[in-house]
Ligand binder design. Sequence first.
Ligand code: ZN
Ligand code: ZN
Length: 260
Amino acid sequence: MLFSPLCSGSSGNASYLEAGGVRLLVDAGVTAKRLLELMDMIDISPAGLDAILVTHEHSDHVSGIGVLSRKYDVPVYAAAECWEHMPASIGEIAQKNIRVFEPDRDFYLQQLCVHPFTTPHDAAHAVGYTFVHDGKKLSIMTDIGHVSSRMLDAVANSDLILLEANHDVDMLKPGSYPYPLKMRILSSNGHLCNEDAGLVLQKLHGRGVKNAILGHLSEENNTPELALVTVQSVLEEAGLLSSMFVTVADRFRPCGLFEL
Ligand SMILES: [Zn+2]
Ligand SMILES: [Zn+2]
């Protein structure tokens, strides 16, 4: 299994995954032109992409899916409610490439088992994903206002997780965002703060997760250094820092190609 967060943050999200005979993107929230550049950085060609899987319809996750699907004839998978609320700006997608999955039910792409699980976020029907093949498990869990025990169970025993660490509460609260936007981000259907990301990893450590990439960082209300230090200090307090690998995804470029 090969995984790379191509870009991650409020300015656009896309990840590349290769496993079980399929090559896919989770989200494509930057221009198709930029996606091609990002894929080229890890020596991946867009030709032969088997699928684009969408977490939810916010533009930082879907802005490039239309062009990419049309240009390379790629099927796009999303929940029915997500399709209903898809922004018109993505343009037409060929009927045969509109694929609908049922959240919280596994499906297979070739030999890759895909589990889209419902997440708390202010979108039509947001999901996170787990991918399992050949005894390896990868999870993506961003755009989450909070983390329930059901979600912890879903991502348990992942070999690697891309987990949201969106903002630092003390940067967000006095910052320049309008009050309603601050409330939206802080709500239980908004985004996960650094401190909570640390607490989630603390719980996941006991559920067999030892490797994490922090992602979807806010440009204005976080920094990679602060996200990492905050999460690491939570883990250190729990005595777990030495047995947990944590890194931070880059906003604008792949932070690495991880082989599981
Ligand atoms: Zn969102
Ligand atoms: Zn987002």
